[in-house]
Design a protein around this ligand. Structure first.
Ligand code: HEC
Length: 159
């Protein structure tokens, strides 16, 4: 085989070999960004509920919609942590893939707590609403404790 042709073949092989990995890495990056956006939306709905409660805002009837969004997005969690998305700009801990059952249980716990919050809101009892809101917050915290990196180790601290 002529050297030029061999080189050409080598180049082609390198391309064929690396392309799927490059595409894979790109998709993972997009998945990670997407799930962080979903998580941030949970952060915003959660903060909105807290503001209504602590500042006694006249939007008590809007808590149900925020809680419903939390319940709906909780259902997404199990799907948006596919295998292989533990690298790059992510705070997801490998523990997620070592104990997927516990991770999924954490997402279900959030769905339950948020669904209950929707029901409690209809009672109009602010004290009960506050108590159930704290139960929602506990579901977030419980999962983060086991499955999300500490703030100091966060990708957000990487320069
Ligand atoms: C079942 C586990 C689980 C539950 C439940 C959960 N989270 Fe998370 N959350 C994570 C993981 C894992 C990450 C890290 C994701 C990443 O960086 O790829 C995260 C990241 C976040 C982030 C940071 C997103 C970013 O990168 O900017 C916020 C904000 C957040 N969660 C808020 C919440 C709130 C609020 C709740 C409850 C209403 C909640 N989470 C419930 C697992 C969970």
């Amino acid at each position: 085989m002529k050297p030029a042709r061999a080189l050409h073949l080598l180049g082609l092989m390198a391309l064929v070999l690396t392309f799927p990995f490059a595409a894979f890495a790109q998709e993972n990056t997009a998945v990670i960004k997407y799930r962080q956006d979903v998580m941030r939306s949970q952060g915003a709905h959660s903060a909105a509920i807290k503001e209504i409660i602590t500042s006694k805002l006249p939007y008590g009837d809007q808590i149900a919609a925020h809680a419903k969004s939390l319940a709906d997005t909780a259902n997404m969690i199990a799907e948006i942590f596919p295998e292989g998305t533990d690298k790059g700009k992510t705070d997801a801990m490998p523990a997620i893939w070592n104990d997927m059952a516990k991770f999924k249980a954490g997402a279900e716990a959030l769905n339950k707590a948020a669904t209950k919050l929707v029901q409690v809101v209809s009672s109009g009892d602010m004290k009960a609403i506050d108590t159930q809101y704290k139960a929602v917050g506990k579901a977030c915290g419980d999962c983060h404790k086991s499955f999300r990196k500490d703030k100091k180790d966060s990708y957000k601290e990487m320069k």
